[in-house]
Design a protein around this ligand. Structure first.
Ligand code: GLU
Length: 425
């Protein structure tokens, strides 16, 4: 079966929602294509002396509500169509979580794991130089995404400041704390997901305590989410990354040991931890078994969390999904065909543009602290995040209930209503 591109999927969601809210055709046209797309050539010298050229992308989708905002992803599959969809979702996400930003996204088609640290830095600095004329605290503010992190954001800030000869802490968010980053930004997407889940379950009269959870993706988002869900009483039974994972039906207790194991070995697979010993010798005593990234999606759990890439849940595997709740921490993890089937089956899908909007919420707090020269404590950041996530989840849930539509359809309705109202922040 031919899969639609994420961009086609995104446009379909937009069109359906625009009919529901009788969107002004001019606004629909503005949202149907990005404001600007940028493609750059990134030649760098590799450690062996040879020159290699990479392609970089930035899509500035819409800035009606404020500067373009969204991550930069380093992944071999990055291309313009993917960046367009991701930038569009950022426009929607920023409206739902009600931060005064528009949507942007970009990245480099590269597998960063194949680069040395020096090559990664040269590539990032080259990208920052090429983007310098089109980014800035009041114009377009990149952030981390798949395979990018605080160190990469620090390099971008530094290179941008060299290019523009001015101090510009607000040019990127997700920086290290020493370099103008915010307390709580690293945890934000995971914590926001846990808050969204708890708000929606509460509204449905369901319990989080004791619910079993499988998480596909154990990067920044998946690892913090696992911790917050465990703290809220959920039982994490499966974790995987791109190389595979572990399934322990009675529950994975020591998440710190698994993080340390993954940091050492580069993968979650094989991280059967008892005390500080993490290896296959513990598999049997823990009652565990190895799983592939795809297996993670079809386990008998209450809550399924796709926290990796787009297109994880498709019409091909949707019939095997057993969870009653899907918390979309990745962007675009469910194709529209699969989404329709989950809806019919009465599965609660907490959509990406709500579920993972905690990241950009705290990016906004970081940017706000940078432009006002403030420093918030982690408690203040978490409290502000809680308030925004709860409000956003309540808006989406209310719209879904009143209109008798899915949470995803409602999330688009809420976003389009915000965008039409002209009311920002
Ligand atoms: N990359 C994250 C996302 O997809 C964060 C974006 C941001 O903080 O600007 O939401």
């Amino acid at each position: 079966m031919k899969q639609e591109s994420p961009w086609e999927e995104a446009k379909r969601n937009l069109e359906a929602a625009s009919e529901r809210v009788s969107l002004d055709p001019l606004l629909l046209a503005r949202l149907s294509e990005p404001d600007r797309i940028i493609e750059v050539s990134l030649p760098i010298r590799m450690d062996d002396g040879k020159v290699k050229t990479f392609r970089g992308f930035r899509v500035q989708h819409n800035d009606l509500r404020g500067p373009y905002k969204g991550g930069l992803r380093y992944h071999p599959k990055v291309d313009m169509l993917e960046a367009k969809a991701l930038a569009f979702w950022m426009t929607m996400k920023c409206a739902i979580i009600d931060v005064p930003f528009g949507g942007g996204k970009g990245g480099i088609a590269v597998n960063p794991k194949e680069l040395s640290e020096d090559e990664l830095e040269r590539l990032t600095r080259e990208f920052a130089r090429k983007l310098a004329p089109v980014i800035g605290a009041d114009l377009d503010v990149p952030a981390p995404d798949v395979n990018t992190n605080a160190k990469i954001m620090d390099w971008i800030r530094d290179e941008y400041e060299k290019e523009t000869h001015k101090s510009a802490p607000g040019v990127v968010t997700g920086k290290s704390i020493e370099n103008g980053g915010s307390e709580g930004r690293a945890e934000a997407t995971g914590l926001g997901g846990a808050i969204a889940l708890s708000s929606i379950l509460r509204a449905q009269g369901k319990e989080m305590r004791g619910a079993t959870v499988a998480i596909q993706g154990f990067g920044n988002v998946g690892s913090y989410l696992a911790r917050f869900l465990q703290k809220a009483g959920c039982v994490i039974v499966a974790l995987s990354d791109s190389k595979g994972g572990i399934y322990i039906p009675r529950g994975i207790s020591d998440l710190s040991a698994i993080e340390a194991c993954k940091a050492r070995s580069g993968k979650v697979a094989g991280c059967y931890c008892v005390g500080s010993v993490c290896d296959l010798s513990n598999m049997e005593s823990l009652g565990g078994r190895d799983i592939s990234p795809d297996d993670t999606l079809t386990l008998p759990v209450d809550i399924l969390v796709p926290a990796a890439l787009e297109g994880a849940i498709t019409e091909e595997n949707v019939d095997k999904i057993q969870a009653g709740v899907v918390l979309e921490m990745a962007n675009g993890p469910t194709t529209s065909g699969a989404d329709a089937i989950l809806n019919e089956r009465g599965v609660t899908v907490i959509p990406d543009i709500l579920a993972n909007s905690g990241g950009v919420a705290v990016s906004y707090f970081e940017w706000y602290q940078n432009v006002r020269d403030e420093k918030w404590t982690k408690e203040k950041v978490f409290a502000a995040l809680q308030e925004r996530m709860d409000a956003a989840a309540a808006r989406v849930n209310e719209s879904a209930t009143t209109r008798q539509i899915s949470l995803r359809e409602a999330a688009y309705v809420v976003a389009l209503e915000k965008l039409s109202s002209g009311d920002v922040g």
